[in-house]
Write a protein that binds this ligand. Structure first.
Ligand code: ARG
Length: 576
């Protein structure tokens, strides 16, 4: 595909006025914008930056630049116009349409992908729930955002590694084992693992209020677990397996897999080394019997590395895990998709890594996100105020099935379509907003077939697929001898063409900013532009040139929506 922005920058950078003002080619490329109003052209070059050097008002400079450009129009530019302080560039629509639609159809599912020279992997750590705790609606954010970020990086050419840093270690497991022995039963855990374990844990805290000896008992049991005592280890392993079974059901529903489930327990034998190293480097200090690293100089509370009873902490395991990952994978980037409530935790231990002299600490990135809450009374849960993610997903599929039946949606497999659309709707909704924003989960918003939702985009995709089915064999050959761009330069087709053309840039930006919502917004725009085109134009018209060009545009739109949904982790059904 032609990079029109670069073509324009190349020509503009060579103009005498630009050289006089001392702007480099890179500066010019940077300054070029895409005007929000298409009446102002496809690209615009603002002249403010030149005013000082040239001692002229920006509008006068814009006029001069038009003069200097004379006959030297950049490739693909059909008209140049000075308007106020801007130089506006209008592209040759037919050429753009031919170029973009041709490029999409030629690349197919690879359209928008990239390759990189970097051979070191990018680690994306996400989801990371705590075992023996509910996998609740709050976990959806890390799970779905992380999944999409990983897919985007892979599509952009990086080798990626997906890690689930399970919360499967810590003093709470001492409590859980004590509670299980006192009040639990094997049958109950087998029947409903997480609910049973949580109820034991709750009971432990209630009882411990009046019987502090329980706490000591729990500490001893955890110490035994840390020493590798067989009986405790067996129980802990069993709790872990049962929890993983529950988590696995949710991951299956979401279509998510991991390369590694190395959670906190995996680092139990790798923390000694961290403490030793910190001591060696003179960073460790004793405080009330505990071992800490002071971070006063960075305006942060100290990082506690070991408690006074010798047990390690969450932060110790994170430091050990980062060092392990660096040594094992030699990552280029180590990304953590974790709630913004943990901002301080991450700042603390990233700082500790830097103090240890690890320059690669700069390659560790925390990607925070805001809170999700549910509208009141939305769902009863098995555990009172906790809403299980599994129940939300199941509910989404059930409700979608009702809507499908009510709307008489075109499908030959209601169950399968309900699954694809229901799950897709929840994921899409999650990725529709800027990740840092808190948001409220509302059913009407999630499953609305007409709003800016997953079902709407999936429906647009299915509509395009349906047109292509009707076009039959012709749909496969429309790109072969080049797309007739003249037929796609109308105000109905061209906006869609442009959105297809900027899809690769949207993917890149979503990756650079770790912000899948940029991609979500883009495919909503594509779906809307497609629907406008579809609404205003007949596709399968008599005239062969028109028909072939329109089919080609529909095929390209279908491809871009499918690829975009795929990068969000959402399926794209061909019928609905
Ligand atoms: N298990 C933690 C929780 O549920 C999240 C873990 C985040 N990852 C990390 N490396 N600290 O809060």
């Amino acid at each position: 595909m032609i990079d029109f922005q670069a073509e324009i920058a190349g020509v503009v950078a060579g103009l005498p006025a630009i050289e006089e003002a001392g702007l480099s080619a890179a500066d010019v490329l940077d300054l070029i914008e895409v005007p929000a109003d298409s009446a102002k052209g496809d690209y615009a070059f603002p002249c403010f930056r030149l005013a000082k050097a040239l001692r002229k008002a920006p509008p006068a400079i814009a006029a001069d630049l038009v003069q200097q450009l004379g006959q030297k129009a950049p490739v693909g530019v059909s008209r140049i116009q000075a308007e106020g302080p801007y130089l506006n560039f209008f592209l040759d629509r037919a050429l753009v349409a031919r170029d973009v639609v041709g490029a999409v159809l030629e690349a197919g599912a690879a359209y928008g992908s990239a390759t990189v020279a970097e051979r070191r992997p990018v680690i994306v750590e996400f989801s990371s729930p705590n075992i023996a705790k509910p996998f609740h609606i709050g976990h959806i954010r890390s799970t779905v955002i992380g999944n999409s970020i990983e897919k985007i990086y892979r599509f952009l050419g990086y080798d990626t590694i997906r890690i689930n840093h399970l919360g499967d270690y810590g003093t709470q497991f001492g409590k859980m084992i004590v509670a299980y022995r006192k009040w639990g039963s094997e049958e109950a855990v087998n029947a409903a693992p997480i609910e049973s374990l949580i109820s034991y844990y709750k009971k432990f805290h209630e009882e411990a209020d009046s019987d502090p000896a329980l706490e000591d008992e729990a500490r001893e049991v955890f110490a035994a677990l840390e020493r590798g005592s067989e009986e405790e280890l067996k129980l802990w392993q069993w709790f872990r397996e049962e929890s993983l079974k529950e988590f696995g059901r949710v991951y299956d529903m979401l279509g998510i897999t991991f390369d590694s489930y190395n959670g906190e327990s995996f680092y139990s034998d790798k923390m000694e080394r961290v403490t030793d190293e910190l001591a060696e480097k003179g960073l460790l200090e004793e405080s009330d019997g505990a071992q800490i690293v002071r971070l006063d100089a960075y305006n942060m509370p100290p990082a506690m590395i070991r408690k006074s009873d010798g047990s390690t902490l969450y932060i110790t395991r994170d430091i050990a895990a980062a060092i392990y990952r660096k040594e094992t994978y030699d990552f280029a980037k180590n990304i953590y998709v974790v709630a913004s409530q943990q901002n301080l935790h991450f700042s603390q231990w990233f700082t500790v890594l830097r103090l240890m002299g690890y320059e690669w600490a700069a390659d560790c990135v925390h990607i925070p996100f805001g809170l999700v809450s549910l509208e009141d009374g939305v769902m009863k849960s098995r555990l009172g105020n906790v809403v299980f993610l599994e129940d939300v997903l199941t509910r989404a599929v059930e409700r979608t099935k009702e809507i499908i039946i009510e709307k008489n949606v075109n499908t030959d497999d209601i169950e399968e379509t309900a699954r694809q659309v229901g799950i897709g709707a929840v994921i899409f909704n999650e990725l529709a907003n800027n990740r840092i924003k808190d948001y409220v989960f509302r059913w009407e918003k999630v499953l609305n077939f007409d709003g800016e939702t997953g079902p709407y985009v999936q429906y647009s995709h299915a509509r395009a697929a349906s047109v292509l089915r009707k076009a039959g064999a012709e749909a496969d050959t429309v790109a072969a001898d080049g797309v007739n761009g003249e037929c796609l330069s109308s105000d109905r087709a061209y906006p869609l063409v442009k959105l297809l053309g900027s899809f690769p840039a949207a993917i890149k930006e979503a990756g650079e900013k770790y912000e899948p919502s940029i991609l979500t917004r883009h495919i909503i725009d594509v779906a809307q532009a497609f629907n406008r085109f579809y609404h205003d134009e007949q596709i399968l018209v008599e005239d062969a040139a028109e028909r072939r060009a329109r089919i080609a545009l529909v095929a390209a739109a279908r491809q871009v929506i499918a690829t975009g949904l795929g990068l969000l982790g959402v399926e794209a059904p061909d019928r609905m």
